[in-house]
Design a binder for this molecule. Structure first.
Ligand code: E4P
Length: 223
């Protein structure tokens, strides 16, 4: 399972990229607004310069012609840009057309396996079930990832599932166990995956013991 960062913060992306474990980035208008706005194209291009992998940028048009035009324009920004399109009648029709032209679509705001199946048939390269938002309203969001994976595997469909709207490191484990191709997560969740108090304690103990051992060796050398 590949790991993507779900943020529009260039600082977070730079910090995560240094670790060498991130292979893509997803953004959306809320994440863009959280960073104080700015020119979306400039931000997406800056991200493309940091991470060499799929970078999802959201389309906002609400009619098919407008959406197709917007998606073509956004996808021309950089070869790694993937257009994010919400699933509804407009999004599905636009995705069917765009996928035939070779435009890579990340079908977003997916909340059911039925929606995921439709996105697959429309030719979306990526399908993003939103796990956390379903959990928030009392449904088990990861079930949509599990069902979607089963359906794609059953019919040998080539689309890739991005487990999205992940809220904590346990979601990442569950997404990996469900066989999701990708998990996209906030920087805080990535750090949550990395950190463990026993690792910190272990490092401190090894350093202290190494110091003790070196001291003992020095003392023996003096004799
Ligand atoms: C994914 O592509 C979305 O940007 C994201 O995962 C949404 O997550 P949220 O529910 O935390 O806003």
């Amino acid at each position: 399972m590949r790991l993507f960062l779900d943020t529009a913060s260039v600082d977070e992306i730079r910090a995560a990229a240094k670790l060498g474990v991130i292979s893509g980035v997803t953004t959306n208008p809320s994440l863009w607004a959280k960073e104080g706005g700015g020119d979306y194209r400039d931000i997406v291009l800056e991200i493309c310069g940091i991470v060499d992998g799929p970078i999802s940028a959201e389309c906002l048009s609400r009619d098919v012609e407008g959406l197709v035009e917007e998606a073509r324009r956004i996808s021309s920004w950089h070869p790694n840009v993937v257009v994010k399109i919400p699933i509804d009648e407009v999004g599905l029709e636009a995705t069917s057309r765009l996928s035939k032209e070779g435009v890579k679509v990340n079908m977003t705001l997916v909340f059911s396996a039925n929606q995921a199946l439709l996105a697959a048939h429309a030719g979306a390269t990526y399908i993003s079930p939103f796990v956390g938002r379903l959990d928030d309203v009392g449904h088990r969001g990861m079930a949509v990832v599990e069902e979607t994976m089963q359906i794609l595997e059953c019919y040998h469909l080539p689309n890739q599932v991005i487990a999205a709207s992940l809220r904590h490191p346990l979601h990442v484990i569950e997404a990996a166990m469900a066989g999701a191709h990708i998990a996209t997560m906030p920087y805080s969740v990535l750090m949550g995956m990395l950190r463990h108090p026993l690792t910190d304690v272990g490092i401190e103990r090894f350093l202290a013991d190494a110091e003790k051992a070196a001291k003992a060796a020095r003392a023996r050398g003096k004799r």
